[in-house]
Design a protein around this ligand. Sequence first.
Ligand code: ATP
Length: 610
Amino acid sequence: MTPTELAEARHQATRPPRNTGSAPADASEGHGTAALLRPYAGRFATVVVLQVVGAVAGLAPLLAVVELGRTLLAPGPVDHGNVRLTVVAGAAGLAVRLLCTGAAAAVGHLLDAEVQLALRRRLAAHLGRVPIGWLSRRRGGELAKLVGEDVGAVHPLIAHTPGELVSAFVVPLVSLVYLFTVDWRLTLITLVPVVAAVALVPLMMTPARLREQADFDAAMARIAGSAVEFVQGIAVVKAFGGGESAHREFRDAADDFVAVFRRWVHGISPIAAAMQLLLSPPFVLLTVATGGTALITGGGMAAADLLPFLLLGLGLTAPVAALGHGFDEVQAARRAAARIREVLAVPPLAEPEHPVAPNGHRVELRGVRFAYEPGREVLRGIDLVLEPGTVTALVGPSGSGKSTLVQLLPRFFDPTDGTVRLGGVDLRRLGGRELYRHVSFVFQDVRLLRASVAENIALAVPDADREEVVRAARLAGIHDRVTELPHGYETVLGEEARLSGGEAQRVALARALLSEAPVLVLDEATSFADPHTERAVRRALETLRGDRTVLVIAHRPETIAGADTVAVLEDGVIVEQGRPADLLDAGGRLAGLWHSRHTADPSGEGERRC
Ligand SMILES: Nc1ncnc2c1ncn2[C@@H]1O[C@H](COP(=O)(O)OP(=O)(O)OP(=O)(O)O)[C@@H](O)[C@H]1O
């Protein structure tokens, strides 16, 4: 990672979304594919016009050949003036075609590059403003695909397909008009293959064909699904056996597919083959030649007039072929644009225009409600005060909303109702920088940067010296492990060394400790799997006591017993709150949870977890 990248990452880490006032604008702008491309409409139209003019001009050389044929085959002396004029006109048409298609390609590709850059910038800016909680739910690959592949998929939509599609209809239309002026009867005969092919299209849409298509899609999806399941479960299968049954699902899906595929091919292939035959050059030429010969021998048409039909007749099938190719690309681009629009439509976190500084570090949650999806509240009216210098342990059964609640403090999400205040100020009125100066967090999902260990620890305090970094690392119980790495604190993570989940969590803990933010939010959840991390968290909590406001999702009895306050969360509501000893004595929910773990786990492990 270069210093610039690091500075940017640090900047992003400490700087949440800025309000550029575009939230409402984003909502009102509309995000249709057309809306995304609207600012470029002028140049986009230029590309289409250039492509169409180029394609139509491309007919000139063909018509020149026709005219030359007529002139040279005509009885009597050759009109050299007319020949010269025809050749010049054909060459001029060719030149216009080359110029126009060249210009269309240049403008189209420049425009495409500009649109892709603008889309990527817009996405990057927007992703910097959406709630961190929304981002952390997305897999990295999903967003990378969006910004890379999906934005790239608009390329044919801008640089190729529209112009080519329009040309595929305009060119045959111009040819038809010309051919009608030559001989309307042979024009109609020339159209027979195209009309016959189009007449077959409804046969592809009968209920039976559509059902076969749906079965085909479903069978494909089943194969893909069982393959993914098999690959994902391969480790479990290897460890615990059962390979036979794991294979079976895939084998059954493949066998089913064979039957479905046979039916599908059986139904569709005669129609597809007939269409292909009708549109094939030999068949078109045969039709034109047969019709033309009949008209010529009947004396109704001059032999030279057959020439334009032979040359232009093949082009009349282009629209049918274009419908197949062009629309597939447009559909793919539209699907990609829809995914881009969906992300751009995620409402960004509002950032205050005039940030207010907090007065102290008392944290107060009042009437806090939160729902990930409308109508399904996960937090249902939380009132909780975290006094400075105290440790509050949050306890509750799985799914009660603990992680959701703690994520509101670093503003991963805003509450759907109620307020979270820090030092008397609603978090929504604090500037991002101010918030992250005051609140640090260590959650289960630790993300480390591809940078040195020291840079990772000092992310929020770039000017920290090595001594301070080492002190935080010692406190977080990671110092000894760091000294074992190939280049100690300069080891680049993810490149020169990989850390285990517990070790990564301790680096994150060191980062939080070094930042000296007065409010620390901690999720103890993964720590009990790793005694080092467990000890580190306990030591950190003991050291911090009397200094910071700490909220910890607690599982171990030691943490609960050592907290100043325990809040028991059940189904999104705090059902019990007070000093741990008092709550245990009172025999309420905390005592119930405590004892249920003991009974559920008589091995004694339950004594360590709650
Ligand atoms: N990103 C999300 N989108 C939708 N629902 C979610 C999301 N995260 C959590 N939930 C739901 O919210 C509820 C509370 O989850 P939460 O993770 O806050 O509980 P928890 O008490 O921390 O559980 P655990 O102890 O198992 O981690 C659960 O029903 C969960 O399914």
